[in-house]
Design a protein around this ligand. Structure first.
Ligand code: NAP
Ligand code: ZN
Ligand code: ZN
Length: 321
């Protein structure tokens, strides 16, 4: 088992959901954090893939059963016994995993990712480990590329990565936001168009035109205005996981054009490595705001107001023993 010196960790909205037990089952004390990057400081004697000094990342998964169909197909993110980076059962004390708001983490080498970006980009690479892979995976699964029209709903940590990745894959990208203030910036992130989702007239322009819409919004809302934007056989993929369910969609909006509502959870270890390599090749990183550990509570409050562009990164040097 290698030991990592963690340089930085980010704040994902999932951290807020879990710290506040919005998904139930949070065990306290909880150490959140699943977008972790740093250098290897020590390796166990059976470790062969990594060496001391390597630049590495740890995302949302630190173990899985390794023998179910999902694991055998390389999709351990769907394993029923996947071990998440924090708040999942483990034989190690205290009985559940502790995440990246820490100075070190010990992880099995099979769940560690190699980072090929430059070291100066390290803080901005960390969000790729959850926000990046969670949007990359559905883009790949639904074969997004040139000639496809993709919508990204919610321009937060996940959404801003979804825009960058879909753009780099060659798709026509439309960003949907509730925040007028993000309009200009979304264009610079790579969106071809930006629509204020509360503006029914602006929404109507895009009726029946999308192949895929990725919905990252962290709160329950009406999905019908987005369903009607899908073309025949189009898919609305939910990646945001609100505390309370969305209202049921109007079934006519599904059957009339054989549309689907789907969900997608992070991505596998292999796909996360593929995404990191894709990002290194296309020089893609997240837009971040670096904070000290004593600013985490304020950062949570600001995130809940949508006031972050677009990911807070905690400098682990500022964490105390
Ligand atoms: P975030 O940075 O807070 O972004 C969420 C965005 O949703 C906001 O920036 C905002 O964008 C939009 N939004 C609109 N109305 C909102 C409301 N009432 N409350 C909150 N957001 C609202 O969050 P994130 O880190 O991207 O995470 C988004 C969601 O994905 C969370 O539920 C998180 O738990 C989930 N998640 C899922 C997976 C997975 O595997 N499926 C992985 C990671 C995270 P605008 O201002 O543009 O409207
Ligand atoms: Zn996350
Ligand atoms: Zn498994």
């Amino acid at each position: 088992m290698p030991l990592y010196s963690i340089a930085v960790n980010d704040i994902c909205h999932s951290d807020i959901h879990q710290v506040r037990s919005e998904w139930d089952g949070t065990q306290y004390p909880c150490v959140p954090g699943h977008e972790i990057v740093g250098r290897v400081t020590e390796v166990g004697k059976h470790v062969s893939k990594f060496h001391v000094g390597d630049l590495v990342g740890v995302g949302c998964i630190v173990d899985s059963c390794r023998h179910c169909t999902d694991c055998e197909e390389g999709l351990e993110n769907y394993c029923d016994n996947m071990v998440g980076t924090y708040n999942f059962p483990t034989p190690d004390a205290p009985g559940y995993t502790l995440g990246g708001y820490s100075q070190h983490i010990v992880v099995d080498e099979n769940y560690v990712l190699r980072i090929k970006h430059d070291e100066q980009q390290l803080a901005a690479v960390a969000p790729l480990l959850c926000a990046g892979i969670t949007t990359y995976s559905p883009l790949r699964h639904w074969n997004i590329g040139k000639g496809k029209k993709v919508g990204v709903v919610g321009i937060g940590g996940l959404g801003h990565m979804g825009i960058k990745l879909a753009h780099a894959m060659g798709a026509y990208v439309v960003a949907f936001t509730t925040s007028e203030s993000k309009k200009q910036e979304a264009l610079s992130l790579g969106a071809d168009e930006v629509v204020i989702s509360k503006d029914a007239t602006a929404m109507a322009v895009h009726q029946k035109s999308f192949d895929l819409i990725i919905n990252t919004v962290a709160a329950s809302h009406n999905l019908d205005p987005f369903l009607t934007l899908l073309k025949r056989d189009g898919t609305l993929t939910l990646v945001g996981v609100p505390e309370t369910p969305h209202q049921s969609p109007n079934v006519f909006n599904l059957v009339g054009k054989r549309r689907s509502i789907a969900g997608s959870m992070i991505g596998s270890i292999a796909e996360t490595q593929e995404m990191l390599d894709f990002c290194a090749e296309h020089n893609i990183v997240a837009d971040i705001e670096l904070i000290r550990a004593d600013e985490i509570n304020t950062a949570y409050e600001r995130m809940l107001k949508g006031d972050v562009k677009y990911r807070f990164v905690i400098d682990s040097q500022t964490l105390k023993d």
